[in-house]
Design a protein around this ligand. Structure first.
Ligand SMILES: [Zn+2]
Length: 300
């Protein structure tokens, strides 16, 4: 499943390709999880942001000129709508750069009569004829159009904890959350409520790096600092390496990431710990396969 580094990689790729473009038409697979994609038609793309594992496409009225968009910064941004895209397990975004015709009417006609592959869930036609495509084999993804910042329809996004690189994500917040939770560190980090963007891969990596047991319900102040730093470190590594591809993940250009070659814990069960040589152990926590080192990550 795409986690923060994978979504951030896609966001950074698509931002320069989409910013300023007018969405002239849209198509959806027609089921409730994807049909709101069609409401993006008639809006101009202002910017692409990310919250946790969600991609947020900022939209403004079509009358906003593209030159204004190019100079719009964070502070003066004025959005009319947001297109929210969650990739779920197998969601992929890509751009078909071949214009479907030479005139606006030909481009629109070509879009309307397009042959779509079986797992295509949404498409957005841009004013220059390019098409942004969303494909999702397993259909755990989600597309929504909301008022800027109005995420009530999307409970996980609405209740999302702070971004891991923000000042609000402090060791104290992390420690208090672990101590007041009976589910243990791993389940808590997976919940998105204390920090946004982590999933199974990067949680296992961060807990291993900081030496925290996946079921820990108490950690020292010092270890909370180490865990906060470890979370940032594994995510930074993921972003630097263009994401982790184990099976499905591809970036917006269709390429695999390379962070899978940097993993020290996830998927290493039965192998010796690269830090201490102890055999890495597999378990199931909250229904998710979990790997940890029994020596480096003792329950204290
Ligand atoms: Zn170890």
């Amino acid at each position: 499943m795409p986690e923060l580094p994978e979504v951030e990689t896609i966001r950074a790729q698509l931002q320069p390709l989409l910013q300023g473009s007018l969405i002239v038409s849209a198509w959806s697979f027609g089921t409730p999880k994807f049909e709101q994609a069609e409401h993006a038609a008639g809006y101009r793309v202002i910017d692409l942001r990310r919250r946790g594992k969600y991609l947020l496409v900022g939209l403004a009225d079509a009358t906003v000129s593209p030159s204004t968009v190019a100079s719009t910064d964070e502070v003066t941004r004025d959005l009319d709508r947001e297109l929210v895209i969650h990739l779920g397990m197998t969601g992929k975004l890509s751009i078909d750069s071949r214009p479907g015709g030479s005139s606006p009417s030909k481009i629109s006609a070509a879009f309307a009569s397009r042959t779509r592959p079986p797992h295509r869930r949404a498409e957005w036609l841009l004013d220059d004829g390019r098409v942004l495509e969303f494909t999702d084999i397993r259909r755990f993804g989600r597309i929504a159009i909301v008022e800027p910042g109005g995420y009530f329809e999307l409970p996980t996004l609405h209740a999302l904890g702070p971004e891991p690189f923000s000042d609000e994500f402090t060791p104290e917040l992390l420690r208090n959350a672990i101590r007041s939770s009976n589910q243990g560190a791993k389940a808590l980090l997976m919940s998105q409520r204390v920090v946004a963007g982590l999933g199974n891969i990067y949680v296992d990596e961060a807990l291993w790096l900081a030496g925290v047991h996946p079921k820990a319900t108490n950690i020292t102040r010092q270890r909370a600092v180490e865990l906060r730093d470890a979370i940032r470190e594994v995510l930074e590594s993921g972003i630097r390496n263009g994401g982790t591809t184990l099976r499905d993940y591809r970036d917006a250009s269709g390429a695999t990431g390379s962070n899978q070659h940097q993993l020290n814990c996830y998927g290493q069960a039965g192998l010796p710990c690269v830090r201490c040589g102890t055999q890495m152990k597999k378990s199931v926590i909250g229904g998710r396969s979990t790997t940890h080192c029994p020596l480096c990550q003792r329950r204290r």
